[in-house]
Structure formats: structure tokens, C-alpha cells
Design a protein around this ligand. Sequence first.
Ligand SMILES: C[S@@+](CC[C@H](N)C(=O)[O-])C[C@H]1O[C@@H](n2cnc3c(N)ncnc32)[C@H](O)[C@@H]1O
Length: 224
Amino acid sequence: MLFQQSEAEPEEDISYKDNPNYCESRLDFPKLIDEYGWKIGIEVGTYSGEYSEYLLESSKLEKLYSVDKWRDHMGDSQFYPPLEAKVECRKRLRKFGKRSVMQQKESLEASWDFENQHFDFIYLDAGHDSVNFMHDLGTWYKKTKIGGFFGGHDYMVMPYEGATVVFLTDIFAGLVGQRLYVTGARNHTPQERHKVACVTASKFLEKGEEDKFDHPSWYIIRNG
Ligand SMILES: C[S@@+](CC[C@H](N)C(=O)[O-])C[C@H]1O[C@@H](n2cnc3c(N)ncnc32)[C@H](O)[C@@H]1O
């Protein structure tokens, strides 16, 4: 059978307020990190280090790896050129001393440094195109401890990559038999998740709305 019996969809209608794993936005992840006592994390696709800085400031993570290739420009003049982003990232993360490890590597190359099930917390925000994202899902999931967090940014329809992240995470969660959560999608049913993905996309396309909301993140709490 291609699909394992999946816990992806809730069988009963538990209120999202009673679900300890519910997060309204990725800004809630540090709370989850500390409640579960997760200690070792990685952000793959770090850019200027804003989210790595937030994670280190707001949680008791003992070590966070911040990986980026810092090579290609993100294509829009509002973004720093890669080397400036790297310098900015270093400036932001220096203050965390040994808690922060910056690595300039391709995602796949970075994964070779770690044993399977090394990480308590993995956050993917690198390539969102189908080839890179599919490789990241397959590669980094194995590096997540049982009981740990495997997630990433931009569960939404993107102007260039389309619905790649939405489709691939939905399929991936089904294949590995795990429940898929999406920030802001209260009871995490497929209907709610997809609504969040589409509503965010329409805001994204309205000029000037970009900074006013947080893109949804998807996540799995790996239970096997
Ligand atoms: C959207 S930005 C990350 C933003 C950051 N996560 C944040 O929330 O502040 C995406 C980053 O992924 C990096 N990236 C894209 N593909 C990559 C790959 N294959 N390996 C490593 N980094 C990659 C890009 O260089 C870029 O800096």
C-alpha cells in the first residue's frame, strides 16, 4: 500500500484551544520548543538571520544551526544580495556565542554532517521549488528525532513556485503517516489548511500587504 495508515487528519473534533500543539503563527514555536524541552535545532535557509535570532532569543534551545548557501540573489530588489545577508546574519547571531552555529552550505551538503534523528527541531525555509523542496523533505525528515519537530515556512500558494509546498507537505505527511499542522489553521483539517494557504496567497498578491502578516508554517510532531 502506498500510503500508511495516516494520523494526518483528526478523527474527532477537538477544539484547537485544547490541542497543546496548536500554534497561531511561527512566533509561537519557541513556546512549543520549551514545553517539549527541545534542545538542538536547525534552520535551513536562514537569509539574514532574523528568524534564527528570534528562535534563540525566545527559547531555551542550547544549539541552533543556521544554514544557508548565501549564493544566489533572492530575485527582488527588496532583498539583500547574498553576501550582505550573510554579514547581517553574522551580526545578528554573534551575541549567542556557542548556542549559534552558522554554516554556509547547500542544504543537502549540510545534512551529511548529521546522524539520523540528530535534531529536536528542524525548520525548512530554503528552496521552495519542487525539486529542492522534495529533496529537503526526504533528507531532513530522517534527521528529526522521534518526538521532535519537523516543519517549515510558506504553506501557501507562491507567485513563482505555485502550490508546491502545500501539495508536497500534504503528500509527505500522508506517506510518513504523520499529522500535518499548519499555523493559523485551527483544527488543521485539509479544508482549513488550504483556506489558510489561499487566503495568505491573495494577501501576498495585494501590493504592500507583504509585511502585514506572517506566512503560514507547516509542521509535524514526529511520533514514529
Ligand atoms: C526565504 S529566505 C529565508 C528566510 C529566513 N528563514 C527567515 O525567516 O528569516 C530563503 C533562503 O534560503 C536559501 N536557500 C535556498 N536554497 C537553498 C539551498 N539549496 N541550500 C541552502 N540554502 C538555500 C537562500 O539563499 C535564502 O537566503
